[in-house]
Design a protein around this ligand. Structure first.
Ligand SMILES: Cc1cc2nc3c(=O)[nH]c(=O)nc-3n(C[C@H](O)[C@H](O)[C@H](O)COP(=O)(O)OP(=O)(O)OC[C@H]3O[C@@H](n4cnc5c(N)ncnc54)[C@H](O)[C@@H]3O)c2cc1C
Length: 600
């Protein structure tokens, strides 16, 4: 049976030293996020997810969701009760605006809690996760009337939200959408079409579900330029806020899938359903991107959350399980064999996981701070820089974060040997659950293209230049500190590889866009390594300072320093190989005809 302990100490360390919560007390919401309040959120939130959500993770996976003949869907046993507790305790309202019933806390604090929720039960966490995306889109693009009608109940969790993009013929290429929206005399639209793979599309957790749907209006270009966004509630909402008639939207089936069984992935049929335009006609993609950007950071967090729970259990297993002897001689001679922990190859997997998880946690929380700064920083310049940086890093957090999340889950399973493959140990569920995060919200290949094809050249490279400058400056300062010099030099080296790869795209991408396509994926990983390197530099700096100041938790702080060294020695060197892959270009990749691929 897996166990879960929320990593409160590490979160606290990062919030204090990497994010610097206290330094930002002038930002909206930060004043009320005092150390005591944040501690209470982490402690109580961690307790809630460990005691209420975690026990439902394996049972929810085994039972899955059930669609009934009338199109209704029930979630696994215990989910409805757990969701009521979640709503009652207000866990979904942490960072929502106060004017809509939220607690107005910084996004970064809510993100810390969300990581715990994902570790405890990723399938459960997706229900409120999708709702947050819907809130973000309505707040950014909805009319005041739409906001007043839908947002308070979405914030409280009484209603759920979904995002409906995908159709059978249309996944990555949203220009292929066929769902139609016909204007009606009363200003509403009649929505007709089929959406597939809709997470949380139908369920029994909330009294209403607010679908945000992409569709095309008559005469609109049959491309991504012709897409509009609509809000389509499951139950129409009367002017007094009460629920009205059932809308013509229903769940046709639920998918049988590899993981996240407890989250209902639905085929949604819109049969002349009543919907209302959100924002401007034919500007739907821009509106949906607001939702998708929030969701992409949330999916990156899924990589981290699943990696953490898988890793924690692998650590325990490596302590308990005895096989073979240490290469340097028996560690426990009184026993017949030593624990797995003595084997360097087992440690390789665990240290890779530890270094990546703690780095990713810092990156996700710093990313969340950038979202707070983007909206709330005092000067336009600060808001702009934060927006640039988080825009650049969003595909990295999503793509690199979930690739690593899956790799860590698989390595954690590997630590268990054959037992990792056996259901009751729980590890294979983490591998299955982690896999989807690499696919949805734009596949990781598409994230890489977003990074290289869109984010790098945007505004003449302003964002990537800001990122280079930040890393270079922090590394330069750290080099003069003897305790940090080695780490800082290795980070500088990795940054040099990233800069060289960027210049290679500039020199080669114009004549042949396939060069960009071929190098995008290794580039996303290269930037991930540099971003995590920056996080490790900050963590090492903070750990040194704490130790020098006589910090209480010596073992924790020393472990930070060792792990930073591991990252610098064992992970950062990958940067050179990734650069060489990029410079290997696209020629051989694109040369074969499809019929030459299968060698039989
Ligand atoms: C469990 C689950 C839940 C989901 N939840 C939702 C949801 O709530 N709402 C929703 O709208 N959708 C949802 N999806 C859909 C998901 O977002 C899509 O499956 C995903 O975006 C990929 O689209 P596709 O499956 O059609 O693959 P395709 O677009 O057909 O892609 C196939 C392959 O080709 C690659 N590819 C395609 N185009 C390009 C390109 N231009 N450049 C480089 N490579 C490319 C892709 O990376 C991928 O490897 C969900 C899917 C699943 C499985």
């Amino acid at each position: 049976m897996p166990q879960y302990t929320p990593p409160v100490r590490d979160t606290r360390f990062i919030l204090e030293h990497v994010v610097g919560l206290e330094k930002h007390s002038n930002l909206p919401g930060f004043a009320q996020a005092s150390a005591d309040v944040v501690d209470a959120v982490l402690e109580e939130g961690g307790k809630f997810v460990a005691e209420v959500l975690f026990p439902l993770n394996q049972t929810g996976d085994a039972e899955g969701c059930t669609r009934h003949d009338d199109g209704s869907v029930t979630t696994p046993a215990g989910f409805k009760e757990a969701y009521s507790q979640f709503v009652e305790a207000g866990w979904g309202t942490l960072s929502a605006p106060e004017q809509f019933g939220g607690q107005g806390m910084p996004h970064v604090v809510a993100t810390a809690f969300q990581e715990y929720m994902i570790s405890a039960n990723m399938a459960f966490a997706m229900y409120p996760g999708l709702t947050h995306g819907a809130i973000a889109a309505l707040l950014a693009k909805g009319s005041p009337e739409q906001q007043a009608r839908y947002v308070p109940n979405l914030v409280s969790g009484r209603w759920g939200g979904t995002m409906n993009l995908t159709e059978p013929q249309c996944g990555t290429d949203l220009g292929l959408i066929r769902t139609k929206a016909e204007p009606q005399a009363d200003g509403s639209y009649s929505i007709t079409g089929t959406k597939i793979f809709i997470s949380s599309g139908e369920h029994d957790l909330t009294e209403n579900i607010i679908h945000l749907v992409l569709a095309k209006t008559p005469g609109a270009p049959d491309s991504s330029k012709g897409i509009s966004l609509f809000v389509v509630p499951k139950f129409l909402v009367n002017d007094d806020g009460s629920l009205g008639a059932r809308n013509a939207v229903s769940c046709g089936s639920i998918e049988h899938k590899m993981g996240i069984h407890a989250n209902a992935t639905c085929v949604m049929n819109y049969d002349g359903a009543t919907g209302w335009l959100v924002g401007e006609e034919m500007k739907g993609l821009a509106a949906m991107f607001i939702m998708m950007n929030a969701a992409r950071l949330g999916v990156g967090l899924q990589g981290l959350g699943v990696a953490e729970i898988a890793y924690q259990n692998a650590v325990q297993y490596a302590k308990d399980r005895r096989q073979g002897r240490a290469l340097t001689g028996a560690k426990d001679p009184e026993e017949k064999a030593d624990p797995l922990f003595v084997h360097p190859d087992v440690r390789r997997m665990l240290m890779d996981a530890k270094a990546t998880i703690e780095g990713l946690r810092a990156l996700c929380l710093w990313g969340a701070l950038l979202v707070d700064l983007e909206h709330g920083a005092e000067t336009e310049e600060e808001r702009q820089t934060a927006a640039d940086l988080i825009g650049l890093l969003t595909p990295v957090i999503k793509g690199y974060g979930t690739d690593k999340g899956y790799e860590i889950a698989t390595n954690a399973q590997q630590v268990y040997g054959g037992h990792g493959y056996i259901v009751e140990w729980g590890m294979e569920q983490y591998v299955r659950d982690a896999r989807i995060a690499m696919i949805y919200e734009g596949t990781n290949g598409v994230q890489a293209m977003d990074l290289v094809g869109r984010k790098l050249p945007q505004n003449g490279g302003r964002a990537v230049q800001a990122f280079f400058k930040l890393v270079a400056e922090e590394a330069a300062v750290a080099k003069s500190d003897e305790a940090l010099a080695d780490l800082a030099e290795k980070l500088e080296k990795a940054l040099g590889q990233l800069q060289a790869a960027t210049m290679w795209f500039v020199a080669n991408g114009m004549q042949d866009p396939n060069q960009v396509g071929a190098g995008a994926y290794p580039y996303m990983h290269l930037m991930g390594i540099v971003a995590l390197g920056l996080m490790w530099l900050r963590m090492a700096k903070a750990a040194n300072a704490e130790l020098a100041a006589g910090g209480e938790d010596k073992a924790f702080l020393e472990a930070k320093l060792v792990t930073a060294r591991y990252f610098a020695d064992r992970v950062m060197p990958e940067a050179g190989a990734l650069r060489r892959q990029i410079e290997g270009g696209s020629e051989a990749m694109m040369a074969l005809a499809p019929e030459q691929f299968v060698a039989g």
